[in-house]
Write a protein that binds this ligand. Structure first.
Ligand code: UD1
Ligand code: UDP
Length: 385
């Protein structure tokens, strides 16, 4: 009988450039590396230089191509145009069978366009997230829709994401519900932290201010924010809510500040260098960030990835956005949309901080975003080519 399986491994080009893409592609890249069905080609656009490095180090991933494209103050047009040119060059040296991209960043959009123009089949990981508002989040909602137009495989994290794609007339056979690969990475890190007591001790020493605040009975509120559509007044309102929250004697705010200059500047203006009751930090490496999420009683964030991770750690989330493309967490009751109005943020934060019961109601028994096996489903589907 004829052997229908080609002995030649499929060349998968994984293209990423930002912190969340590195986290969410780490497990697929590593599994593909040790799977004889595949030959991964790892391409970093370098959209985030510093914020991505520790993730690649932790997972032991070395890009075959580092396009090193981050430049201060560059426009989205500059970045996307340069990324497309450099990706094409990389693929001329080593043409992949499939290009794999993740999510909705500028790197992701450039990867999709470049692959389409080169007629290389495209696999989109985390497909089908929608707010149905082209400008929120900006430019991510546009990027996701653009990618869905040309993806041959749409790996949807949830049934809702699948239905969003089918409503846009994606071929049913192209949409596969896998869970989110971010949960695969989170569970790997959580297990590592559990089995390595020295790591927790190390972080306890490194973040002694947080540990001491907790030991003195304060509740830790972890905050991150970086969405472009919130820059300006909405971000300043959020920051002034944080200042007020931190003035409570039973609260300690921990805020790793994103490196985007628009965020850094607003934080400096509204909170100052050394605000009372707040630990301002550089962006945390992924493992200490997971440890920090575990220390907190409440998370305030506009991040997409953190909305997905918090349910696995049993942490309630207030979403600092007007719209979310991840309604599953809101429906499961683990997250609540509060937007950027100071009053709304404070009302909801106080409600949760003051009532153990309210907090307990927001912890899920099951994560709606995945079970830690998304990577396996994705690689099995790709190997069926
Ligand atoms: C980007 C993504 C966003 C994603 C976010 C994750 C786009 C358009 N936006 O937003 O979808 O949610 O990453 O964090 O793709 N910078 C550094 N060092 C770093 C990273 C950033 O200095 O390691 C500074 C640079 O000045 C850079 C700026 O931050 O120009 C903005 O970075 P950029 O990737 O354009 O946008 P983000 O706001 O990070
Ligand atoms: N994260 C991190 N350090 C931080 C803040 C976030 O490692 O200081 C991780 C977080 O656990 C999640 C991812 O970064 O996995 C989310 O990235 P971000 O919020 O930058 O982007 P988004 O998910 O909104 O695209």
């Amino acid at each position: 009988m004829q052997n229908v399986h080609s002995p030649t491994p499929l060349k998968l080009a994984f293209v990423f450039g930002t912190r969340p893409e590195a986290i969410k592609l780490a497990v697929p890249i590593l599994r593909a590396k040790y799977d004889s069905r595949f030959q991964p080609i790892v391409i970093s656009t370098g959209q985030h230089r510093e914020m991505m490095r520790p993730i690649l180090e932790f997972f032991g991933i070395q890009p075959h191509f580092d396009l090193d494209l981050m430049k201060p103050g560059q426009s989205l047009n500059d970045f996307v145009a340069n990324a497309m040119l450099r990706l094409r060059e990389a693929w001329q040296t080593n043409r992949p069978d499939i290009v794999c991209i993740q999510g909705d960043t500028a790197t992701c959009a450039a990867g999709a366009l470049a692959a389409f123009f080169e007629k290389i089949p495209l696999a989109h990981i985390e497909a089908g997230l929608r707010t149905n508002d082209l400008y929120s989040p900006f430019p991510e909602e546009y990027n996701r829709r653009l990618v869905s137009l040309s993806a041959k495989w749409n790996f949807a994290p949830t049934e809702k994401a699948k239905h969003a794609l089918l409503r846009e007339h994606a071929l049913e056979s192209s949409v596969i519900v896998t869970g989110n690969t971010g949960i695969d990475a989170l569970l790997a890190v959580r297990d590592r932290l559990k089995s390595d007591a020295s790591a927790s001790l190390r972080f306890g020493e490194l973040f002694s201010e947080v540990v001491n605040a907790k030991a003195s009975g304060k509740k830790i509120v972890l905050v991150t924010t970086h969405r472009r559509e919130s820059f300006g007044e909405p971000l300043r309102e959020t920051l002034s809510a944080l200042r007020e929250l931190a003035s409570r004697s039973d609260v300690h705010v921990v805020f790793p500040v994103h490196r985007n200059p628009a965020v850094l500047e607003a934080v400096r203006d509204v909170l100052g260098e050394n605000p009372k009751g707040v630990t301002l930090l550089e962006p945390l490496d992924y493992v200490p960030f997971v440890w920090m999420m575990d220390q907190s009683s409440l998370i305030l964030t506009d991040s997409g990835g953190i909305q997905e991770e918090a349910p696995s750690l049993g942490k309630p989330v207030l979403i600092l956005r007007e719209k979310t493309e991840r309604p599953e967490a809101v429906e499961a009751g683990t997250a609540k949309l509060v937007g950027t109005s100071k009053d709304k943020i404070l009302t909801e934060a106080y409600r949760l901080l003051d009532s153990e019961e309210a907090r307990a109601q927001m912890t899920a028994s099951k994560n709606p975003f995945g079970d830690g096996r998304a990577t396996k489903r994705i690689l099995d589907a790709l190997s069926d080519l």
